[in-house]
Each structure stands twice: as C-alpha cells, then as structure tokens.
Design a protein around this ligand. Structure first.
Ligand code: GDP
Length: 401
C-alpha cells in the first residue's frame, strides 16, 4: 500500500490543525490529538449474520467478539427460536464493528421476498449465511437476492466439531480430513444444484474458532473487503492464530509514521516541555489502542479466562510487558521507558524520515517524531508478543481436553 492510499489516517490539513490548536494552548492541542486517535477507530464495519433459528448465529456472534454466552451484551443462545427482530451486537473493544443477528428468511415477519428491505440491507458490508446441516431453499433465495443487491455473501457451515466427533465415534477408519472435505463438497454441490454457481463455503466451530476453516473465512474477507475497511476488520478479529496476531501487528505498525508526524508537530511549538507532554499523551493513547486491539485489557482477559477455562492469573502470568490487564497511564509508560536504552529509542527509522520529507515537515522538527516512532514500535512488539503468549496459553488448555 503506498502512502497516498493511507491519507484517510491523517491529512496534512489535520496536522496543521493540530499545530494551530497547540499554539493556542497545549490542552487544545492534546484534545485535537485525542480526536485524531478516536477517528482512526471510527470506520464502521457491519457484518450481517443470518440463517435458520438454531443454526448457531448467536454463538458465532459471541465467539467472534470474544464474549461468553453468559456475559453482559451476549447474543442469547439456545435451542429455541431466539431471533425475531434484527439485533445489533457491537464488538466490546471496537464499537465501530457490529455483528447483526438477523432472523432466518421465511419466518412470518420476514418473508423471503421482503427480507432484505426489512432488515435494511444497505447498511451491511457483507452477509454470512449460517446453516448447521444443509443450506436450504431459503438460504439460496436470500443469497441470490443479496447478489442482486450487489452485496457479498459467504456460507458458513456451523457446529463442525459435532460432525467430527460423531463421525469419529461412528467410523472405524475415521479420516478427519476426508470427513471435512466430504462435508464441504456436499454443501458446495447442494448449493450449485440450487443455482449458486461458485459458492464459498467455510466449515466452522464457534467453540473452536482456531480450528477448521475460520482462518480461510478471515483471509477471504480480508481480501474481499474494500481497503479502508480492512483495518477495522483486522483489529476486531479474535486472536486465534499466530497469523492474525502478526497481521494486526503489521496494520498497527503501518500507522506509526502518522503518530510520529503528530508528535513532530507538537515538537514544533516552542513551549518548553510541551513536546514531551504531547508525546506522552500520544503514546498513552496509542498503547491503549494496542492493548485493547490485542484483547489484553482486563475485561477481555477475564472473558478469555472463562471461555478457555484458564485462570485469569495464569493468563496474566505469561505476559512479560506488564502492559496487559491494567490501565495504561503516563506513569506506567514513563516507568517502562526509563528502563530502556536511549540509543535504541532514538535510532533513526528510515521509513519515518522519508514520510516526513514527503509531507513536508522540516527535518529539524523530526527528532520527536523519530523517538515516538521507536517508542511505539517497542511497545507494539511487546504487546504483540504478549498476545501470542496469551493465545498459546489459552489454546494449550483447550487442546488438552
Ligand atoms: P441461533 O438460533 O442461530 O442464534 O443459534 P444458537 O447460537 O442459539 O445455537 C443453537 C444451539 O447450537 C445452541 O445450543 C448452541 O450451543 C449450539 N451451537 C452453536 N454453535 C455451535 C458449534 O459451533 N458447535 C456445537 N457443537 N454447537 C453449537
């Protein structure tokens, strides 16, 4: 992605605005910086989840958001018809990302021909159509209708963990891969027979997102989403694989140069001590984004502890940065930084300097930007490594069962 593509992150005008506010008063400048950080988290992403009652929509919605069925804000799950209206479920750490639980097509309130109008299809970025066994006529009708409206849809075959354990129990010469291939092929063939030319079917267990096809669904969505929605999607993904953690890290990394640019604007205002205050406020804000984005905040860890069965204290004990499970304060940041070697922090990042020249910030103003960039990279590394350790700890327990 070249720099022009990312101008929605921060524009030259915004940088000048921050500088202007900063010159009026440091508080105003800091408020502007916070506004900028918030804006980054505001790209809306609306994911529609539809399918027959009992197909596993609510359970998937909760699993995707890292929420347990018993948590506050959980989508109600159960064997009976639970969805009769369109319900929205925002992601707890990324409220710009919302999963929508839509009633099945063909329920009395939602006849197939009026369905999309009734649920307000325009707001959705894409549709996931869930079935626990076969995709039926109503699923197909809906898919064709979604296509006609110019939106994308994906088929998710749920509860695949029970198919696998049933087959394992039933068959002497059980072959896991063959069972999965057969189920996938069956679904695809069934959909083709009903008029969907090239269906994309993913086999998923909401109890074990890190297994089966969830990663393929993730990769497909990432590829097919418009560029400006991709980061919102990535940040909201559950940390269920090394690859996802790596991608999140890269997405955050690509933004550091913009944070550094903001910091260098602060440094250009000749108020003693201001530049450090700006940098500190900025670093606190961005590191908080990292911690929340990687689900290492206290609430996310508590939920993970419930769903994984790993005690909270054990999840916390594998983290080495001391940034997880706590509020990020200026004091905490200062404490961590005081333990760092200064040369490492001030090492010039080539990418940052090129970017500054590109947007026309004089080199003399860049030192604060370099430092901020190094510092943020350092914190990002720490948080991403902790996320990986926590993920390993959580699945280690799961795979023992
Ligand atoms: P909804 O009506 O489509 O929202 O379906 P729910 O999410 O309430 O799920 C219906 C039932 O299927 C519940 O008892 C869930 O626990 C169960 N279920 C949902 N997803 C899975 C899954 O991935 N694996 C298994 N084994 N059961 C699931």
């Amino acid at each position: 992605m070249d720099m022009e593509d990312q101008w929605d992150v921060i524009t030259k005008e915004e940088l000048l605005q921050i500088q202007e506010e900063m010159e009026k008063s440091p508080d105003k400048g800091l408020a502007k910086i916070n506004e900028y950080l918030e804006k980054q988290n505001n790209t809306p992403l609306n994911i529609a989840i539809t399918g027959e009652s009992g197909s596993g929509k609510s359970t998937f919605i909760n699993a995707f958001r890292g929420i347990n069925d018993s948590d506050e804000g959980a989508a109600p799950t159960g064997p009976v018809e639970t969805t009769v209206v369109v319900e929205s479920y925002p992601h707890p750490n990324h409220p710009n990302v919302t999963l929508w639980d839509l009633p099945g097509v063909g329920t009395p309130n939602f006849p197939a021909d009026e369905y999309l109008e009734k649920v307000g299809f325009e707001r959705f970025d894409f549709f996931i159509i869930i079935a626990a066994f076969r995709f039926k006529e109503n699923d197909v009708k809906l898919a064709l209708e979604i296509k006609r409206m110019g939106k994308k849809f994906y088929f998710l075959r749920s509860k695949i963990d029970s198919d696998i354990s049933n087959e394992e129990r039933r068959k002497k010469n059980f072959n896991r891969q063959k069972t999965l291939d057969d189920i996938r092929e069956n679904c695809i063939q069934g959909l083709r027979d009903q008029g969907i030319d090239d269906p994309q079917v993913f086999l998923v267990s909401s109890f074990e997102l890190h297994q089966f096809d969830f990663h393929l669904l993730e990769e497909t969505l990432e590829r097919e989403l418009p560029a400006h929605k991709r980061n919102a999607f990535l940040y909201a993904l559950p940390n269920i694989s090394k690859e996802i953690i790596k991608k999140k890290k890269e997405a955050y990394q690509a933004q550091i140069k913009y944070h550094a640019a903001v910091s260098s604007v602060g440094a250009a205002v000749p108020v003693p001590g201001l530049s450090t205050a700006v940098d500190l406020a900025l670093v606190v804000g961005v590191v908080t984004q990292y911690v929340n984005g990687f689900g290492l905040d206290k609430e996310s860890l508590e939920r993970l502890s419930v769903s994984s069965g790993v005690p909270y204290s054990e999840l916390v004990s594998v983290m080495t940065s001391k940034l997880g499970g706590t509020t990020i304060t200026p004091e905490l940041i200062k404490k961590v930084l005081s333990q760092l070697a200064l040369e490492a922090v001030l090492m010039v990042a080539e990418e940052v300097s090129r970017f500054f020249l590109f947007i026309g910030i004089p080199v003399a103003m860049c030192l604060s930007g370099y430092a901020t960039s190094r510092i943020l990279n350092f914190f990002l590394d720490q948080v991403a490594e902790d996320a990986q350790r926590v993920f390993e700890k959580a699945v280690e327990k799961n795979s023992e069962v």
